[in-house]
Design a protein around this ligand. Sequence first.
Ligand SMILES: CC(C)(COP(=O)(O)OP(=O)(O)OC[C@H]1O[C@@H](n2cnc3c(N)ncnc32)[C@H](O)[C@@H]1OP(=O)(O)O)[C@@H](O)C(=O)NCCC(=O)NCCS
Length: 199
Amino acid sequence: MEPLEHQTLIPLPDELRGPRVLLRPYRAGDAEALFEAVQESREHLRPWMPWADGHQTIEDSREYVNRSAARWVLREDLSVGVWEARGRRYLGGSGMHRINWRLRRFEIGYWLRASAEGQGYVTETVHLLTNLAFDRLDANRVEIRCDARNMRSAAVAERLGFLREARLRNNELAADGSLRDTLIFALVRADRHPPEPER
Ligand SMILES: CC(C)(COP(=O)(O)OP(=O)(O)OC[C@H]1O[C@@H](n2cnc3c(N)ncnc32)[C@H](O)[C@@H]1OP(=O)(O)O)[C@@H](O)C(=O)NCCC(=O)NCCS
């Protein structure tokens, strides 16, 4: 997609903080933590995130970190690392992808290292990113997509009040090559800022 005229000037925060998580764009030096988290999580990620097996060596993770940082600067894709706010342990990845700046539409993605699952970190992460999108980036639409079999992922969207809009049947191949249905959840501007009731 053609970039906006001054796309790299779109203001973005250096980090987002919640009570328990800190989100920030990747930078050189994050690759070790990312690689260690992927190593720990291969079985857990494989059914849903085929890219995880692309991280076979630390150089693969360095390449990913550098590319993510570059795409952040270009405002092409806003990937963030998710860190424990206090302990600074790396917990996983998230971000806003498949961005259409003209339409101001964003798709939020997420994953956690296996040992960080079940503690609410991703719900807090997606809440922070959704607020960033609507409150500071003037979003019209924020989407979450997932494999219909991925109950934990769908539960995140539902917990945050995203509306389930569609189930696209047989529209993609899953990581194991099987046909998958995709669920689409979304929030739109009017969900966040309902019009004033008429008097
Ligand atoms: C999808 C995924 C990120 C969801 O992780 P998760 O830990 O279930 O999600 P959250 O971090 O929001 O945690 C919610 C869980 O923590 C519990 N929890 C504990 N403390 C909590 C708190 N303070 N706030 C909210 N939830 C809390 C919730 O009860 C819930 O547990 P339950 O499902 O057993 O009821 C994770 O399963 C994953 O990484 N999967 C592999 C990658 C993947 O599928 N990514 C999505 C692709 S579309």
